[in-house]
Design a protein around this ligand. Structure first.
Ligand code: TRP
Length: 336
């Protein structure tokens, strides 16, 4: 089994939305089909433990996310598609890495710092209120995901760049202490798609609750697109595409020549109602067939389990012997 050319995970803490599609799923689907590449894609269900404490929601999210990837064309025979929790070597490696990661490095993590800063707004609150060790050491689990398969490239959203820097730090520290076993992974950030805007104009995200689900009904999709905030410019008044949420979403789906043509129509003053309708039609045309497949897939979760189990078995062809090497390197192996 070859180490990973590309590897990325998606946290199972919500319903897959348009932002996940352009940011993670679409590029993953493309490279999953490339016969020259070995890509690893997984459901980061252990990561989801940190934010969400509802078991039903976690399970439902894993089902929806797996079904979405498959429905959108992930070539799961060519790539390695699995659940993080099916690879026991990952938590084992996490502990090994935890034992050599500087606490100071974790203190600098943006997500942890933001949570502390939030608590500090309120003088009476303990700065660590509500912060679990899971949140604190999240970057180490992510490092283990990546290093377990010696991934060369990791496509992620901009908000994950720091985690990749930390992964490299942790890998370098291991290599320095125990010998060169880990590849230092490179981060791949797609500048255009990483910034899809949501209903209110902020980044489309589960945490802002401003997202458009990928596989709602056609009617619900239309309704949400109609709800996207715009300014009050009337029909025929020239509009600025670069500050418009509708345009940013259109651009994430359309070809660059289509986007140019649409930008010209903005300057001519396309009416908001027309733009919304066209945006809906454009996205709906892309999602129509996958939506049908998704609705079928979601009815038979055990078929998805089988796909994921097969993927995990293939992933473990790499992780089992590789973890063995790691154990030998750290002096945890047979005594004789
Ligand atoms: N933390 C990532 C996110 O929230 C998900 C993730 C977990 C991941 N493990 C990973 C991404 C390993 C890339 C590689 O988006």
């Amino acid at each position: 089994m070859k180490n990973a050319d590309f590897l990325t995970g998606i946290t199972t803490s919500g319903t897959p939305h348009l932002g996940n599609y352009v940011g993670a799923i679409r590029p993953a689907v493309e490279s999953s089909r490339d016969k020259a590449l070995k890509s690893y894609y997984f459901l980061a269900d252990y990561h989801s433990l940190i934010k969400n404490h509802d078991p039903r929601l976690r399970k439902q999210s894993a089902l929806e996310i797996a079904a979405a990837w498959i429905a959108l064309g992930l070539d799961y025979d060519n790539c390695v598609f699995y659940r993080q929790s099916d690879i026991p070597e990952i938590p084992e490696l996490t502990w090994i890495l935890t034992s050599l990661t500087a606490k100071g490095l974790m203190n600098r993590a943006h997500a942890y710092k933001a949570a502390v800063a939030d608590n500090e707004q309120d003088e009476d609150k303990d700065p660590d209120k509500g912060i679990t060790m899971g949140l604190f050491s999240y970057p180490i689990l992510m490092a283990a995901d990546i290093l377990m398969f010696n991934a060369k490239k990791v496509p992620v959203g901009k908000d994950q760049v720091q985690h990749l820097e930390m992964t490299r730090d942790i890998a370098a520290r291991f290599n320095h202490i125990y010998g060169n076993l880990f590849v230092l992974p490179e981060v791949v950030v797609d500048e255009t798609s990483a910034v899809l805007s949501g209903l209110d104009g902020r980044k489309m995200s589960k945490s802002y609750n401003n997202y458009i689900p990928l596989f709602d009904t056609e009617k619900a999709l239309r309704k949400l697109i109609m709800k996207i905030q715009t300014n009050s410019l009337g029909p025929d008044e020239p509009k600025d595409p670069d500050t418009c949420t509708l345009f940013s979403i259109y651009q994430a789906f359309a070809t660059s020549s289509e986007s140019k043509a649409m930008a010209a129509r903005y300057r001519q003053g396309i009416a908001w109602g027309t733009m919304k309708q066209e945006l809906f039609e454009y996205i709906n045309a892309i999602l129509k067939e996958p939506r049908k497949r998704y609705e079928e897939l979601i009815k038979t979760p055990s078929d998805i389990d089988n796909i994921l189990k097969k993927g995990a078995a293939r992933a473990r062809e790499f992780s089992v012997p590789f973890l063995d090497q790691v154990r030998k390197a750290i002096g945890i192996s047979l005594l004789g």
